[in-house]
Design a protein around this ligand. Structure first.
Ligand SMILES: NC(=O)c1ccc[n+]([C@@H]2O[C@H](COP(=O)([O-])OP(=O)(O)OC[C@H]3O[C@@H](n4cnc5c(N)ncnc54)[C@H](O)[C@@H]3O)[C@@H](O)[C@H]2O)c1
Length: 284
């Protein structure tokens, strides 16, 4: 059911790759709620061709941009404001990638040039987007910027690797820039810390199915899926949350406040059939 929450609002949505992507779901809901927006992703992602389908469904222009490139972001804002006929009201940063995760390197044996790339793509890109937007005065007063994070920014979840550090930086950038942009232009900046979700980026994490299962058993409300995450993003883009800024907002069915649940404990108890002192494999 649509509520017209974004009627008359314009935006830029980063990170829709395929119909599993959280950004894909956000785009569909933003369209339903009356927004006009530009879709953007890297030239490589655009070559896969799936984004055209979403562009058609949402009547949204597609503009390529590598979010690590200052020049690409400048061009993106210029072209988006032309295409949309003015400044934007909301931005979704739904971008993440770790070459260390992709190559299967363990956290205690990462490659530092890959680590830089992880940070640049998954966190510093938010700073660049905000810096360019502010310099070009590209976001309307009371605009809203949302980036997607994960609880591993604050608590260790094995297997999440250097993405945990990237998410910690991302959340910090949202606070630091949120102060400046809020003070000067009343633009709010928040991160949503989402449950593990079966997407292309998510599935790259080692042991991801187990993380999904553990989170689901631990969370009183169960894991939040991508559609539910999209609903939450829409509320943050809407005028109903105008005084929410500089927050990391957990959207995880209660996982982040739990220690152990009955469901997770029951499953854990079954493991006593195995040897508790099994050696931890090196790659973990
Ligand atoms: N899937 C999960 O379990 C989960 C949980 C919490 C948070 N998140 C976060 O949600 C966001 C979206 O991920 P997703 O799960 O929808 O996966 P996804 O793979 O569909 O999206 C990741 C996107 O990042 C884009 N990207 C990579 N490098 C880029 C660059 N240099 N410039 C611009 N875009 C680039 C990819 O093309 C892709 O569209 C990410 O920040 C991810 O870390 C995901």
């Amino acid at each position: 059911m649509a509520y017209n929450l974004l009627k008359g609002k314009k935006g830029i949505i980063f990170g829709a790759l395929n119909d599993k992507s959280i950004a894909w779901k956000v785009a569909l809901k933003a369209h339903e709620e009356g927004a006009q927006f530009v879709l953007t992703n890297t030239p490589v992602a655009l070559r896969m061709g799936e984004l055209n389908e979403l562009g058609k469904a949402c009547n949204a222009p597609i503009i390529p941009a590598d979010a690590t490139s200052f020049e690409d972001i400048e061009r993106l804002f210029k072209d988006s404001m032309e295409a949309l006929g003015g400044k934007v009201d909301f931005i979704l940063h739904s971008i993440g990638m770790s070459p260390n995760v992709r190559k299967g390197l363990s956290y205690d044996d990462i490659n530092y040039s890959y680590f830089q790339k992880t940070l640049d793509i998954s966190a510093v890109s938010l700073h660049k987007i905000l810096q360019v937007a502010r310099k070009m005065d590209a976001i309307n007063t009371w605009g809203s910027v949302v980036a997607l994070s994960y609880v591993a920014a604050q608590r260790t979840l094995y297997g999440y690797n250097d993405m945990a550090d990237a998410k910690a930086l991302l959340e910090s950038i949202a606070r630091s820039f949120g102060y400046i942009y809020g003070r000067d232009k009343k633009v709010r900046v928040n991160t949503i810390s989402q449950s593990p979700t079966l997407t292309t980026a998510g599935s790259g994490i080692r042991g991801f199915d187990n993380i999904v299962d553990f989170s689901d058993r631990t969370s009183p409300l169960g894991n939040a899926n991508a559609d539910e995450c999209a609903d939450y993003c829409i509320t943050l883009f809407s005028d109903l949350t105008r005084k929410v800024t500089m927050q990391n907002l957990f959207h995880d069915g209660g996982f982040s406040s739990m220690g152990m649940s009955y469901r997770a404990m029951s499953q854990y108890n079954k493991s006593f059939d195995c040897d508790k002192d099994d050696e931890i494999p090196k790659e973990w």
